[in-house]
Write a protein that binds this ligand. Sequence first.
Ligand SMILES: Cc1cc2nc3c(=O)[nH]c(=O)nc-3n(C[C@H](O)[C@H](O)[C@H](O)COP(=O)(O)O)c2cc1C
Length: 205
Amino acid sequence: MSELLDLIKSRKSVRQYTGKHIPDEDLKKILEAGRLAPSWMNVQCWKFILVKSQENKDLLSELSVGQPQVKNADAVIVCVADPDSWEEAKITHIQKPALNPALQCENGILIRSLEQVIYPVSYMMLEAASLGIGSCIIGAFGSEITGVLPEIYSQVKQKLNLKDTQIISTIITLGYEENPAPADKKRKDFNEVIYMEKIGEKTNL
Ligand SMILES: Cc1cc2nc3c(=O)[nH]c(=O)nc-3n(C[C@H](O)[C@H](O)[C@H](O)COP(=O)(O)O)c2cc1C
């Protein structure tokens, strides 16, 4: 088995932290892993905000319907989808729908922007795991997507200096696991989600 697959197998969501600080050099490695992620025509339609202040973590926890791991994390990364990046990358003039999200469907740019941010989020989560740092992806929070807590969300956007067009897609909490325990991977079986040539046809892998 590859070292990466071992890491993927042992990674789990960590929601309780010791309070020990993460060294800045490790935070930088985690953020660097995100920065280097791939994206559609290399548009890199993302911004990442490192949050360490208790004041901002408390506010983000409130936005995350009170989830305690957000305020108890040593650091939090707010992952922002930036739809304006497509304009800046000069992709939007391309007239082929397959190549240009703006021509694909209503809200194509928005959907594709949110889609791109998933890759750096995964990279950062795995880099954290490789450094022995626990993380939890937070998707349950007020935003344009969930439509909940609009007042707190606009307060957060103002505080984090986000433009109206920029959307928080994901929050990543980081910290050292309290009472470390092995991952208990509850996943669908291999043959329940993986097929050969067509759905319903098992692989012989
Ligand atoms: C997009 C996304 C959103 C998630 N949102 C939350 C969340 O708001 N709160 C939380 O505690 N966990 C959240 N999780 C973590 C999942 O619950 C967790 O990844 C899943 O149960 C599998 O467990 P594992 O990460 O330990 O393997 C989220 C995960 C993803 C990928």
